[in-house]
Design a protein around this ligand. Sequence first.
Ligand code: C2E
Ligand code: SIN
Ligand code: SIN
Ligand code: FE
Ligand code: FE
Length: 386
Amino acid sequence: MHLKKETVVSIINTIGELNQLQDVDIILSSTLCEARSLANADAGSIFLLRNGELEFRHVQNDTLFGAKESGIFQYSAETLPISESSIVGYAALTKEMVAIDDAYAIPDGVPYQFNASFDDKNRYRTVSILAVPLISRGNSLVGVMQLINAKNRQGTPIFFSEQIKTLVPIFTNNAAAIIERSILNRELILRMAKMAELHDPEETGVHVQRVSAFCAELYQRWAENRKIPRWEIRRFRDIISQASMLHDAGKVGIPDAVLKKPGPLDDDEFLLVKQHTVYGAKLFSSISSELDQVTHDIMLYHHEYWNGIGYPVGLNGDQIPLAARITALADVFDALSSKRCYKASWSNEMIYKEIRNDSGIHFDPELVDIFFEITDILHAIQMKFK
Ligand code: C2E
Ligand code: SIN
Ligand code: SIN
Ligand code: FE
Ligand code: FE
Protein backbone atom coordinates (compact mmCIF):
# COMPACT_ATOMS: atom_id res chain seq x y z
CA MET A 1 0.00 0.00 0.00
CA HIS A 2 1.25 3.45 -0.88
CA LEU A 3 0.83 6.34 1.58
CA LYS A 4 0.76 9.82 0.14
CA LYS A 5 3.57 12.02 1.39
CA GLU A 6 1.21 14.93 2.07
CA THR A 7 -0.95 12.70 4.26
CA VAL A 8 2.00 11.71 6.41
CA VAL A 9 3.23 15.30 6.63
CA SER A 10 -0.22 16.43 7.66
CA ILE A 11 -0.35 13.80 10.43
CA ILE A 12 3.03 14.98 11.72
CA ASN A 13 1.90 18.61 11.68
CA THR A 14 -1.27 17.74 13.55
CA ILE A 15 0.69 15.85 16.22
CA GLY A 16 2.90 18.93 16.59
CA GLU A 17 -0.14 21.16 17.08
CA LEU A 18 -1.68 18.77 19.64
CA ASN A 19 1.57 18.80 21.53
CA GLN A 20 1.23 22.57 22.07
CA LEU A 21 -2.03 22.04 23.97
CA GLN A 22 -2.25 21.19 27.66
CA ASP A 23 -5.82 20.66 28.74
CA VAL A 24 -7.22 17.09 28.64
CA ASP A 25 -10.59 17.95 27.17
CA ILE A 26 -9.25 20.23 24.46
CA ILE A 27 -6.73 17.57 23.45
CA LEU A 28 -9.47 14.93 23.33
CA SER A 29 -11.78 17.01 21.17
CA SER A 30 -8.92 18.00 18.84
CA THR A 31 -7.71 14.39 18.55
CA LEU A 32 -11.17 13.17 17.67
CA CYS A 33 -11.71 15.98 15.21
CA GLU A 34 -8.41 15.33 13.42
CA ALA A 35 -8.89 11.54 13.35
CA ARG A 36 -12.34 11.97 11.86
CA SER A 37 -10.98 14.25 9.22
CA LEU A 38 -8.22 11.74 8.40
CA ALA A 39 -10.77 8.95 8.03
CA ASN A 40 -13.54 11.12 6.60
CA ALA A 41 -15.83 9.80 9.34
CA ASP A 42 -19.20 11.36 10.07
CA ALA A 43 -19.04 10.78 13.82
CA GLY A 44 -16.93 9.51 16.67
CA SER A 45 -16.42 9.33 20.40
CA ILE A 46 -13.62 9.00 22.92
CA PHE A 47 -13.46 7.05 26.17
CA LEU A 48 -10.68 7.35 28.74
CA LEU A 49 -9.50 4.63 31.10
CA ARG A 50 -10.22 5.66 34.67
CA ASN A 51 -10.42 3.49 37.79
CA GLY A 52 -10.54 0.36 35.64
CA GLU A 53 -13.50 1.55 33.58
CA LEU A 54 -13.96 3.42 30.33
CA GLU A 55 -15.24 6.90 31.04
CA PHE A 56 -17.13 8.51 28.18
CA ARG A 57 -15.50 11.85 27.43
CA HIS A 58 -16.40 13.22 24.06
CA VAL A 59 -18.68 12.74 21.07
CA GLN A 60 -18.82 14.47 17.71
CA ASN A 61 -21.42 13.89 15.03
CA ASP A 62 -21.64 16.05 11.89
CA THR A 63 -25.13 14.80 11.02
CA LEU A 64 -26.64 15.41 14.45
CA PHE A 65 -24.83 18.38 15.95
CA GLY A 66 -23.00 20.07 13.07
CA ALA A 67 -19.37 21.00 13.43
CA LYS A 68 -19.71 22.35 16.99
CA GLU A 69 -16.55 21.61 18.90
CA SER A 70 -17.95 21.34 22.34
CA GLY A 71 -21.36 20.53 23.58
CA ILE A 72 -23.38 19.27 26.41
CA PHE A 73 -22.40 15.66 25.61
CA GLN A 74 -18.83 15.97 26.88
CA TYR A 75 -20.17 16.36 30.41
CA SER A 76 -22.02 13.06 30.39
CA ALA A 77 -20.91 10.86 33.30
CA GLU A 78 -21.43 7.52 31.49
CA THR A 79 -18.98 4.65 31.87
CA LEU A 80 -18.48 1.32 30.10
CA PRO A 81 -16.84 -1.77 31.57
CA ILE A 82 -13.74 -3.18 29.92
CA SER A 83 -15.31 -6.42 28.73
CA GLU A 84 -16.08 -8.48 25.66
CA SER A 85 -19.69 -7.45 25.55
CA SER A 86 -19.32 -4.05 23.88
CA ILE A 87 -17.25 -3.10 20.85
CA VAL A 88 -15.37 -0.36 22.70
CA GLY A 89 -14.88 -2.63 25.74
CA TYR A 90 -13.53 -5.39 23.52
CA ALA A 91 -11.02 -3.06 21.84
CA ALA A 92 -9.84 -2.00 25.33
CA LEU A 93 -9.60 -5.58 26.61
CA THR A 94 -7.65 -6.95 23.63
CA LYS A 95 -5.81 -3.69 22.77
CA GLU A 96 -6.72 -4.52 19.16
CA MET A 97 -8.52 -2.39 16.63
CA VAL A 98 -12.04 -3.58 15.81
CA ALA A 99 -13.43 -2.81 12.34
CA ILE A 100 -17.09 -3.39 11.58
CA ASP A 101 -18.60 -2.88 8.13
CA ASP A 102 -22.23 -2.84 9.22
CA ALA A 103 -23.21 -2.46 12.85
CA TYR A 104 -26.53 -4.19 12.18
CA ALA A 105 -24.95 -7.19 10.45
CA ILE A 106 -22.13 -8.19 12.78
CA PRO A 107 -20.95 -11.68 11.80
CA ASP A 108 -21.57 -14.61 14.16
CA GLY A 109 -18.80 -15.86 16.37
CA VAL A 110 -17.74 -12.58 17.97
CA PRO A 111 -18.43 -11.92 21.67
CA TYR A 112 -19.47 -8.26 21.39
CA GLN A 113 -22.76 -6.73 20.36
CA PHE A 114 -23.68 -3.38 18.90
CA ASN A 115 -25.58 -1.18 21.34
CA ALA A 116 -28.26 0.61 19.32
CA SER A 117 -29.49 2.91 22.10
CA PHE A 118 -27.67 5.99 20.75
CA ASP A 119 -29.11 5.37 17.26
CA ASP A 120 -32.59 4.83 18.67
CA LYS A 121 -32.52 7.92 20.87
CA ASN A 122 -31.11 10.21 18.19
CA ARG A 123 -32.60 8.68 15.01
CA TYR A 124 -29.12 8.02 13.71
CA ARG A 125 -28.02 5.06 11.54
CA THR A 126 -24.59 3.69 12.44
CA VAL A 127 -23.11 1.68 9.57
CA SER A 128 -19.35 1.26 9.83
CA ILE A 129 -17.34 1.40 13.07
CA LEU A 130 -13.62 1.58 13.75
CA ALA A 131 -12.82 1.15 17.46
CA VAL A 132 -9.17 2.03 18.05
CA PRO A 133 -7.45 1.44 21.39
CA LEU A 134 -5.33 4.43 22.45
CA ILE A 135 -2.01 2.89 23.38
CA SER A 136 0.72 4.97 24.93
CA ARG A 137 4.39 4.20 25.39
CA GLY A 138 5.02 1.01 27.34
CA ASN A 139 1.93 -0.56 25.74
CA SER A 140 -0.38 0.96 28.36
CA LEU A 141 -4.01 1.63 27.52
CA VAL A 142 -5.12 5.27 27.79
CA GLY A 143 -8.61 4.88 26.32
CA VAL A 144 -10.53 4.01 23.17
CA MET A 145 -11.54 6.13 20.22
CA GLN A 146 -14.48 5.07 18.12
CA LEU A 147 -14.96 6.37 14.58
CA ILE A 148 -18.39 5.98 12.99
CA ASN A 149 -19.51 5.97 9.36
CA ALA A 150 -16.66 6.51 6.95
CA LYS A 151 -18.09 8.45 4.00
CA ASN A 152 -17.44 8.24 0.28
CA ARG A 153 -17.33 11.30 -1.99
CA GLN A 154 -21.11 11.44 -2.11
CA GLY A 155 -21.32 11.42 1.69
CA THR A 156 -22.77 7.90 1.78
CA PRO A 157 -21.53 5.70 4.65
CA ILE A 158 -19.05 3.01 3.58
CA PHE A 159 -16.60 0.69 5.35
CA PHE A 160 -13.20 1.94 6.61
CA SER A 161 -10.53 1.26 3.95
CA GLU A 162 -7.28 -0.62 4.58
CA GLN A 163 -5.40 2.66 4.15
CA ILE A 164 -7.46 4.33 6.91
CA LYS A 165 -6.96 1.32 9.19
CA THR A 166 -3.20 1.80 8.81
CA LEU A 167 -3.14 5.57 9.17
CA VAL A 168 -5.46 6.06 12.13
CA PRO A 169 -3.37 4.06 14.67
CA ILE A 170 -0.20 5.93 13.61
CA PHE A 171 -1.99 9.12 14.56
CA THR A 172 -3.80 7.88 17.67
CA ASN A 173 -0.76 6.26 19.26
CA ASN A 174 1.05 9.59 19.12
CA ALA A 175 -2.05 11.32 20.40
CA ALA A 176 -2.28 8.79 23.27
CA ALA A 177 1.09 9.89 24.65
CA ILE A 178 -0.05 13.52 24.51
CA ILE A 179 -3.34 12.66 26.24
CA GLU A 180 -1.47 10.77 28.95
CA ARG A 181 0.79 13.77 29.59
CA SER A 182 -2.18 16.13 29.80
CA ILE A 183 -3.91 13.87 32.37
CA LEU A 184 -0.79 13.96 34.57
CA ASN A 185 -0.62 17.72 34.11
CA ARG A 186 -4.26 18.15 35.12
CA GLU A 187 -3.72 15.99 38.19
CA LEU A 188 -0.77 18.14 39.20
CA ILE A 189 -2.79 21.34 38.93
CA LEU A 190 -5.67 19.77 40.85
CA ARG A 191 -3.31 18.69 43.59
CA MET A 192 -1.98 22.25 43.84
CA ALA A 193 -5.52 23.62 44.02
CA LYS A 194 -6.53 21.06 46.66
CA MET A 195 -3.55 21.82 48.82
CA ALA A 196 -4.59 25.47 48.85
CA GLU A 197 -8.24 25.12 49.80
CA LEU A 198 -7.76 23.81 53.29
CA HIS A 199 -11.26 24.83 54.28
CA ASP A 200 -12.93 22.07 52.35
CA PRO A 201 -10.48 19.46 51.10
CA GLU A 202 -13.22 16.95 50.23
CA GLU A 203 -15.15 19.31 48.02
CA THR A 204 -12.38 21.25 46.35
CA GLY A 205 -11.55 18.77 43.62
CA VAL A 206 -14.99 19.07 42.10
CA HIS A 207 -15.30 22.80 42.86
CA VAL A 208 -12.26 23.66 40.79
CA GLN A 209 -13.26 21.28 38.02
CA ARG A 210 -16.69 22.89 37.80
CA VAL A 211 -15.27 26.41 37.84
CA SER A 212 -12.78 25.41 35.14
CA ALA A 213 -15.47 23.92 32.91
CA PHE A 214 -17.84 26.89 33.45
CA CYS A 215 -15.00 29.24 32.45
CA ALA A 216 -14.19 27.22 29.33
CA GLU A 217 -17.82 27.28 28.17
CA LEU A 218 -18.39 30.97 29.00
CA TYR A 219 -15.22 31.91 27.12
CA GLN A 220 -16.10 29.70 24.15
CA ARG A 221 -19.50 31.35 23.68
CA TRP A 222 -18.06 34.85 24.29
CA ALA A 223 -15.44 34.22 21.60
CA GLU A 224 -17.85 32.64 19.12
CA ASN A 225 -20.18 35.63 19.46
CA ARG A 226 -17.23 37.86 18.62
CA LYS A 227 -16.19 35.71 15.63
CA ILE A 228 -12.75 35.01 17.13
CA PRO A 229 -10.91 32.53 14.85
CA ARG A 230 -11.35 28.86 15.74
CA TRP A 231 -7.67 28.20 16.45
CA GLU A 232 -7.53 31.18 18.81
CA ILE A 233 -10.64 29.95 20.66
CA ARG A 234 -9.05 26.53 21.06
CA ARG A 235 -5.84 28.11 22.33
CA PHE A 236 -7.32 30.51 24.88
CA ARG A 237 -9.92 28.01 26.06
CA ASP A 238 -7.04 25.68 26.87
CA ILE A 239 -5.34 28.40 28.90
CA ILE A 240 -8.39 29.54 30.86
CA SER A 241 -9.41 25.93 31.67
CA GLN A 242 -6.18 25.41 33.53
CA ALA A 243 -5.55 28.86 34.94
CA SER A 244 -9.02 29.12 36.51
CA MET A 245 -8.46 25.94 38.53
CA LEU A 246 -5.92 27.87 40.57
CA HIS A 247 -8.06 30.96 41.22
CA ASP A 248 -8.12 30.42 45.01
CA ALA A 249 -4.70 28.80 45.40
CA GLY A 250 -3.66 31.87 47.43
CA LYS A 251 -5.93 30.63 50.25
CA VAL A 252 -2.96 28.51 51.24
CA GLY A 253 -1.76 31.66 53.03
CA ILE A 254 -4.95 32.21 55.07
CA PRO A 255 -5.29 30.64 58.56
CA ASP A 256 -7.59 27.64 58.84
CA ALA A 257 -9.43 29.23 61.76
CA VAL A 258 -10.68 31.97 59.45
CA LEU A 259 -11.47 29.88 56.38
CA LYS A 260 -13.27 27.22 58.43
CA LYS A 261 -15.21 29.66 60.60
CA PRO A 262 -18.83 28.47 60.54
CA GLY A 263 -20.37 31.94 60.75
CA PRO A 264 -19.92 35.33 59.12
CA LEU A 265 -16.45 36.96 59.18
CA ASP A 266 -15.71 40.15 61.12
CA ASP A 267 -13.95 43.04 59.38
CA ASP A 268 -10.43 42.00 60.36
CA GLU A 269 -11.01 38.44 59.26
CA PHE A 270 -12.42 39.52 55.92
CA LEU A 271 -9.43 41.84 55.44
CA LEU A 272 -7.25 38.77 55.87
CA VAL A 273 -9.32 36.65 53.47
CA LYS A 274 -9.05 39.33 50.79
CA GLN A 275 -5.28 38.81 50.82
CA HIS A 276 -5.71 35.40 49.10
CA THR A 277 -5.80 37.25 45.78
CA VAL A 278 -2.45 38.92 46.41
CA TYR A 279 -0.80 35.82 47.90
CA GLY A 280 -1.87 33.78 44.89
CA ALA A 281 -0.63 36.32 42.38
CA LYS A 282 2.78 36.35 44.11
CA LEU A 283 3.15 32.65 43.26
CA PHE A 284 2.91 33.66 39.60
CA SER A 285 4.78 36.94 39.65
CA SER A 286 7.64 35.79 37.42
CA ILE A 287 5.81 35.40 34.18
CA SER A 288 7.30 33.24 31.45
CA SER A 289 4.24 32.19 29.44
CA GLU A 290 0.71 33.31 28.67
CA LEU A 291 -0.52 30.54 30.98
CA ASP A 292 1.45 32.16 33.83
CA GLN A 293 0.10 35.58 32.90
CA VAL A 294 -3.53 34.47 32.80
CA THR A 295 -3.14 32.47 36.04
CA HIS A 296 -1.68 35.56 37.69
CA ASP A 297 -4.52 37.77 36.40
CA ILE A 298 -7.21 35.35 37.54
CA MET A 299 -5.70 34.95 41.01
CA LEU A 300 -5.30 38.69 41.50
CA TYR A 301 -8.51 39.99 39.93
CA HIS A 302 -11.24 37.34 40.36
CA HIS A 303 -12.88 39.41 43.15
CA GLU A 304 -12.93 42.69 41.23
CA TYR A 305 -16.38 44.11 40.41
CA TRP A 306 -17.51 45.45 37.03
CA ASN A 307 -18.54 48.71 38.77
CA GLY A 308 -15.17 49.10 40.49
CA ILE A 309 -16.00 48.33 44.16
CA GLY A 310 -14.26 44.94 44.33
CA TYR A 311 -10.85 44.01 45.70
CA PRO A 312 -7.84 44.03 45.89
CA VAL A 313 -7.34 46.93 43.45
CA GLY A 314 -10.76 48.32 42.52
CA LEU A 315 -10.41 48.01 38.73
CA ASN A 316 -13.60 48.41 36.73
CA GLY A 317 -15.12 47.25 33.42
CA ASP A 318 -12.68 46.32 30.68
CA GLN A 319 -9.74 47.17 32.94
CA ILE A 320 -10.38 43.79 34.55
CA PRO A 321 -8.80 41.13 32.31
CA LEU A 322 -11.38 39.02 30.47
CA ALA A 323 -10.24 35.78 32.10
CA ALA A 324 -10.77 37.28 35.57
CA ARG A 325 -14.23 38.61 34.64
CA ILE A 326 -15.19 35.14 33.45
CA THR A 327 -13.79 33.44 36.56
CA ALA A 328 -15.63 35.88 38.85
CA LEU A 329 -18.97 34.83 37.40
CA ALA A 330 -18.08 31.12 37.36
CA ASP A 331 -16.78 31.23 40.95
CA VAL A 332 -19.81 32.98 42.42
CA PHE A 333 -22.20 30.73 40.50
CA ASP A 334 -20.44 27.73 41.99
CA ALA A 335 -20.14 29.23 45.51
CA LEU A 336 -23.88 29.97 45.59
CA SER A 337 -24.87 26.52 44.33
CA SER A 338 -22.60 24.78 46.87
CA LYS A 339 -22.85 24.32 50.59
CA ARG A 340 -20.01 26.08 52.42
CA CYS A 341 -19.00 25.94 56.07
CA TYR A 342 -20.58 29.39 56.43
CA LYS A 343 -23.68 29.07 54.20
CA ALA A 344 -26.24 26.66 52.76
CA SER A 345 -26.59 26.06 49.01
CA TRP A 346 -29.04 28.21 47.09
CA SER A 347 -31.72 27.06 44.65
CA ASN A 348 -31.07 27.70 40.95
CA GLU A 349 -34.00 30.10 40.90
CA MET A 350 -32.42 32.28 43.61
CA ILE A 351 -29.00 32.09 41.98
CA TYR A 352 -30.35 33.17 38.59
CA LYS A 353 -32.11 36.12 40.20
CA GLU A 354 -28.95 37.17 42.04
CA ILE A 355 -26.78 36.92 38.93
CA ARG A 356 -29.27 38.90 36.85
CA ASN A 357 -29.47 41.61 39.55
CA ASP A 358 -25.69 41.81 39.72
CA SER A 359 -25.26 42.30 35.95
CA GLY A 360 -23.31 45.53 35.46
CA ILE A 361 -22.68 45.76 39.21
CA HIS A 362 -20.56 42.72 40.09
CA PHE A 363 -20.45 41.07 36.64
CA ASP A 364 -19.71 42.01 33.04
CA PRO A 365 -23.21 42.34 31.49
CA GLU A 366 -22.12 40.67 28.25
CA LEU A 367 -21.00 37.61 30.24
CA VAL A 368 -24.27 37.53 32.20
CA ASP A 369 -26.19 37.39 28.89
CA ILE A 370 -23.95 34.53 27.77
CA PHE A 371 -24.47 32.77 31.10
CA PHE A 372 -28.21 32.66 30.42
CA GLU A 373 -27.66 31.41 26.85
CA ILE A 374 -25.75 28.34 28.07
CA THR A 375 -27.50 27.34 31.31
CA ASP A 376 -28.17 23.84 29.91
CA ILE A 377 -24.44 23.22 29.45
CA LEU A 378 -23.65 24.70 32.87
CA HIS A 379 -26.23 22.36 34.37
CA ALA A 380 -24.64 19.35 32.64
CA ILE A 381 -21.30 20.35 34.19
CA GLN A 382 -22.92 20.45 37.67
CA MET A 383 -24.31 16.95 37.11
CA LYS A 384 -20.96 15.58 36.01
CA PHE A 385 -18.85 17.03 38.87
CA LYS A 386 -21.22 16.46 41.80
P1 C2E B 1 -15.97 31.40 48.32
O1 C2E B 1 -16.74 30.66 49.36
O2 C2E B 1 -15.37 30.58 47.23
O3 C2E B 1 -16.93 32.49 47.69
C1 C2E B 1 -16.59 33.17 46.51
C2 C2E B 1 -17.49 34.35 46.27
O4 C2E B 1 -18.83 33.91 46.04
C3 C2E B 1 -17.60 35.33 47.40
O5 C2E B 1 -16.52 36.24 47.42
C4 C2E B 1 -18.91 36.04 47.05
O6 C2E B 1 -18.72 36.98 45.99
C5 C2E B 1 -19.76 34.92 46.49
N1 C2E B 1 -20.60 34.36 47.56
C6 C2E B 1 -20.40 33.24 48.29
N2 C2E B 1 -21.40 33.03 49.15
C7 C2E B 1 -22.26 34.05 49.00
C8 C2E B 1 -23.52 34.41 49.61
O7 C2E B 1 -24.02 33.70 50.49
N3 C2E B 1 -24.14 35.54 49.16
C9 C2E B 1 -23.59 36.31 48.17
N4 C2E B 1 -24.26 37.42 47.79
N5 C2E B 1 -22.41 36.01 47.59
C10 C2E B 1 -21.75 34.90 47.99
P2 C2E B 1 -16.13 37.01 48.76
O8 C2E B 1 -17.35 37.48 49.46
O9 C2E B 1 -15.11 38.03 48.41
O10 C2E B 1 -15.47 35.90 49.69
C11 C2E B 1 -14.22 35.35 49.38
C12 C2E B 1 -13.96 34.13 50.22
O11 C2E B 1 -13.98 34.52 51.60
C13 C2E B 1 -15.02 33.04 50.12
O12 C2E B 1 -14.76 32.21 49.00
C14 C2E B 1 -14.84 32.33 51.47
O13 C2E B 1 -13.72 31.47 51.44
C15 C2E B 1 -14.54 33.48 52.40
N6 C2E B 1 -15.76 33.98 53.06
C16 C2E B 1 -16.60 34.96 52.62
N7 C2E B 1 -17.61 35.17 53.49
C17 C2E B 1 -17.40 34.30 54.53
C18 C2E B 1 -18.13 34.04 55.77
O14 C2E B 1 -19.15 34.66 56.07
N8 C2E B 1 -17.59 33.08 56.59
C19 C2E B 1 -16.46 32.38 56.26
N9 C2E B 1 -16.01 31.43 57.10
N10 C2E B 1 -15.79 32.61 55.11
C20 C2E B 1 -16.23 33.55 54.26
C1 SIN C 1 -8.87 12.11 33.81
O1 SIN C 1 -8.38 11.22 34.54
O2 SIN C 1 -9.85 11.90 33.11
C2 SIN C 1 -8.25 13.49 33.79
C3 SIN C 1 -8.71 14.37 34.90
C4 SIN C 1 -10.09 14.92 34.61
O3 SIN C 1 -10.31 15.48 33.53
O4 SIN C 1 -10.97 14.81 35.46
C1 SIN D 1 -8.34 37.70 25.23
O1 SIN D 1 -9.18 37.15 24.52
O2 SIN D 1 -7.19 37.21 25.31
C2 SIN D 1 -8.62 38.96 26.05
C3 SIN D 1 -9.49 39.98 25.34
C4 SIN D 1 -10.14 40.96 26.32
O3 SIN D 1 -9.64 41.17 27.44
O4 SIN D 1 -11.21 41.56 26.00
FE1 FE E 1 -11.39 33.78 45.73
FE1 FE F 1 -13.62 29.74 44.73
